[in-house]
Design a binder for this molecule. Structure first.
Ligand code: M6R
Length: 608
């Protein structure tokens, strides 16, 4: 859950590394560092804190001259955030430098072995064992040392490696952590993610597990762990570098909130042909769909919340049993994966460690796995039997918004496709639903127009201690997301409750003025939820309601109402999420929080 970059070429390396790290800071930002070969030595700088501290320390890279270097931005796993634990890490002679994203699971065992041979450790990290292990195996041939090291370490890694005694070369390897490489007119690059090198090249090589990259200023070569050369095809990245920049918005999160109409449209359009849904990438015939007896939707965080929504939609529309699981639970609970089971894993990054492990477990059990993924070429995208991409474009803010919205769209489309194959909805109903789906982008735009109203309301809650989100059915699913959006960026404690459940304990937390946000988009449940709103109101709560246009009855119980446009009852989460995202954003903004990079979090959770 860190970001790595590397450059070797004819330009000064440090500014290029800083530029790349800037694009990767979303992956972790508690410390940063670089090592650059200056013609004689591996010079380095590292510092606890944001990248800007490293920039200041190195005078924007000027203090580390040289044309070959590696860089790192960290999200601490082993060892507190500190200068000492920041990467790069070195062997004792400082002739080998390593940057690492991932976790070395057997590092204690390796550390003991190396310590027994006289190696001294300068940090608390797992990464440092790699530098010493490389030193242990290095007898003049970097490839030999690297492959021997790969055979000894267990866990996940994307590594950038420099050997002082091989100044014209930069090495990189990968296992279960993302790594890409590319070549520009002025040299070769590696990185954890595409935006870091997009300024220099659009042709990107995705490195697979246990592959090795050897780069010189002109040549990019790939090898297996047995040192056999590999031919690789580059993938041309179609999206523009500006898609990964703020474009005048104060934060990536706000920009991404505003990109939702386009992202929803881009995810819908390729799957709608002349009023029919066609999901070619599903790779299933009607007969195969009908053979599925049970679905598992497995994911983490917000992606899991879309799964909760999808459960209601699949069960309601396609009448198929659905279990939704947190990937970290699913992988250890011995689920029943028998014939007739299909697993859908959902992930923006496509690299979430628990989701990837769940996918592998399902595949090992012989079950079909469909990935709903945003990042093209990511591990989940590559390993799933079939992949349905969400076309949200790069999402940089740690708090997901547009990826969440596009995941919902992919799940609606799938549920409709299943319903059609299973004959549980009529052609007429499907046609009506398609019309509603197509209206969503415009309706989202309408909701975005009310952002000032939301900002004024949010400003009243910057000092809130607790906030509760309640709803029933699909409204419970959206409450989960509303609550996570608020707490992860504003640090205000909040919880989501099935509206009928609050009185079984949690209602004791309601005090005078506690904000309770009630979501009511399911007409058949309006009255039930209004009763629950009254229960908390009589105990002093302030009631915010998010409901469908026309449900004015809610005004009897609510203190403040936000109306969302009418849509099919299964799609309401796509609209209700907009005011909830804006609410979370503006509360965090009002509190002066670091909206795009909340404390303790990282965008891509590649550790379990
Ligand atoms: O990349 P993924 O979709 O697999 O990530 C899953 C979660 O880590 C992610 O949704 C997380 O909960 C976000 N911070 C929510 O905003």
């Amino acid at each position: 859950m860190c970001g790595i970059v590397g450059y070797i070429g004819t330009e000064q390396a440090a500014p290029i590394l800083l530029d790349g790290l800037d694009k990767l800071e979303y992956r972790g930002y508690d410390s940063a560092g670089m090592a650059v070969y200056d013609g004689e030595k591996l010079q380095y700088a590292k510092a606890r804190g944001r990248l800007k501290i490293l920039r200041e320390l190195t005078h924007d890279g000027a203090k580390l001259p040289g044309v070959c270097g590696i860089g790192h931005t960290r999200w601490a796993t082993h060892g507190v955030p500190s200068d000492k634990n920041a990467h790069p890490h070195f062997n004792e002679a400082e002739s080998i430098a390593v940057v690492h994203n991932g976790i070395i699971e057997n590092y204690l065992k390796l550390k003991k072995m190396l310590a027994g041979k006289g190696y001294k450790f300068a940090s608390e990290t797992d990464t440092e064992v790699i530098a010493h292990l490389l030193d242990y195996y290095y007898k003049g041939d970097p490839m030999e040392a690297i492959t021997k090291m790969m055979h000894r370490v267990e866990g996940s890694y994307a590594l950038g490696i420099l050997f002082r005694d091989h100044p014209g070369e930069l090495y990189a390897v990968r296992k279960d952590s993302p790594l890409i490489a590319g070549r520009s007119a002025h040299g070769c690059l590696i990185a954890s993610d595409v935006p870091a090198i997009l300024k220099y090249t659009r042709d990107v090589y995705f490195i697979q597990n246990e592959e090795i990259v050897r780069m010189t200023d002109q040549e990019l070569a790939f090898f297996t762990i047995d040192q056999d050369p590999i031919e690789k095809q580059a993938t041309t990245i179609e999206w523009d570098v500006s898609a990964a920049e703020k474009a005048g918005y104060e934060h990536f999160m706000l920009k991404e909130i505003y990109e939702q109409p386009r992202a929803v449209l881009d995810t819908l359009n390729p799957r709608i042909r002349e009023d029919r849904i066609e999901i070619e990438e599903l790779g299933m015939t009607d007969e195969e769909i009908r053979a599925v007896k049970r679905l598992y939707i497995v994911a983490c965080g917000s992606a899991y919340h879309t799964g909760v929504t999808a459960k209601y939609v699949f069960e309601g529309l396609a009448r198929i049993p659905v279990e939704v699981d947190l990937a970290s639970e699913f992988r250890y609970r011995n689920p029943i994966l028998d014939e007739g089971t299909m697993v859908i894993v959902v992930s923006q990054s496509g690299e979430t460690a628990d989701t990837l492990a769940a996918l592998r477990m399902a595949k090992e059990a012989g079950v079909r796995v469909l990935g709903i993924v945003n990042v093209v070429g990511s591990s989940i995208a590559r390993e799933a039997d079939n992949v349905m991409y969400t076309w949200a474009g790069p999402e940089i803010a740690v708090a997901t918004t547009k990826a969440y919205s596009t995941q919902l769209i992919a799940e609606y489309l799938l549920a409709m496709r299943f319903a059609k194959a299973r004959g549980t909805v009529t052609e007429e109903e499907l046609a009506g639903m398609l019309l509603d789906l197509r209206r969503l982008p415009q309706q989202i735009e309408l909701l975005l127009d009310h952002k000032e109203k939301l900002q004024r309301f949010a400003n009243r809650y910057v000092a809130a201690k607790d906030v509760f989100f309640i709803g029933r059915g699909l409204d419970y699913a959206i409450s989960l997301e509303g609550s996570l959006k608020l707490k992860e960026i504003s640090y205000i404690h909040s919880e989501a409750y099935a509206a009928g459940e609050l009185k079984h304990g949690t209602i004791s937390l309601i005090e005078d003025g506690t904000l309770v946000a009630a979501v009511l988009t399911q007409e058949d449940l309006y009255k039930k939820t209004i009763s629950n709103m009254v229960e908390v109101k009589t105990r002093g709560a302030f009631l915010l309601a998010v409901t469908n246009e026309g449900n004015t009855a809610v005004e009897k119980a609510a203190d403040y109402v936000i109306y969302i446009p009418q849509t099919n009852k299964y799609f309401t989460n796509s609209l209700a999420v907009i005011p909830l995202q804006l609410f979370g954003y503006y509360v965090a903004l009002g509190k002066g929080c670091d909206v795009d990079k909340p404390r303790n979090l990282a965008k891509s959770v590649t550790v379990e």
